[in-house]
Write a protein that binds this ligand. Structure first.
Ligand code: GAR
Length: 203
């Protein structure tokens, strides 16, 4: 059994895709324990409640480990531990401290709207358009101490169309995100992700 903690900052559509996937497929091996938001106004909080998942907000101004230790206290309160837990970042707009990453080593995943290592950081869809690439997409990766730099678990490509805007491209990437992320969570719970250096092998 994997105890799942999800961290959000906004809309929470990726969070919802995971919660919906678990519900629709009656996946009993993954238990969503807690959704934590860095913003009190995050739309995702209401969505989580709809699925009966407890929510908390940590919106103080502290930084680094001071902030993350509060997050970890909540995760542990809900039994999301380094031994039994998975932490999913789903539109969580904060960089994790090295202490957090080390404590939950290879047990934190993130979804990013580009084919990493291209276009890390914010506004990746705009960066892809501005650069003029013909193909972009989304990436699920384990979180390491860098920015969007951890081992890649899976990716999906999306063609960039000549008439794409930030909105239209983001929308098509998001559709793929919603397919990719729940599948990666499932693979993790089945212990099918083997990390060998930077490579993640699906067994
Ligand atoms: C998603 O597109 C996600 O990939 C991106 O923010 C959006 C959150 O949407 N994350 C990042 O850019 C992280 N660097 P959501 O709140 O509806 O899941």
């Amino acid at each position: 059994m994997i105890n799942l903690g999800i961290l959000i900052s906004g809309r929470g559509s990726n969070m919802e895709s995971i919660l919906n996937f678990l519900k629709e497929n009656n996946i009993a091996d993954i238990c969503p324990k807690i959704v934590i938001s860095s913003k009190p106004e995050a739309e995702g909080l209401k969505k989580a409640s709809k699925y009966g998942v407890p929510t908390r907000v940590v919106s103080n101004n502290s930084k680094g480990w001071d902030y993350d230790s509060e997050i970890i206290n909540i995760l542990q309160e809900y039994d999301v531990n380094p031994e039994n837990g998975l932490v999913c970042l789903a539109g969580y707009m904060r960089l994790l401290s090295p202490e957090f990453v080390r404590k939950y080593k290879m047990r934190i995943m993130n979804i990013h709207p580009s084919l990493l290592p291209s276009f890390p950081g914010l506004n990746s869809q705009k960066k892809a358009l501005d650069y003029g690439v013909k193909v972009t997409g989304c990436t699920v990766h384990f979180v390491d101490e860098g920015l969007d730099s951890g081992p890649v678990i899976a990716q999906k490509h999306v063609a960039v169309l000549d008439n794409d805007t930030f909105e239209t491209l983001s929308e098509r990437i998001l559709i793929q995100e919603h397919i990719l992320y729940p599948n990666c969570v499932k693979l993790f719970s089945e212990k099918r992700l083997l990390v060998e250096g930077r490579r993640v092998i699906v067994t």
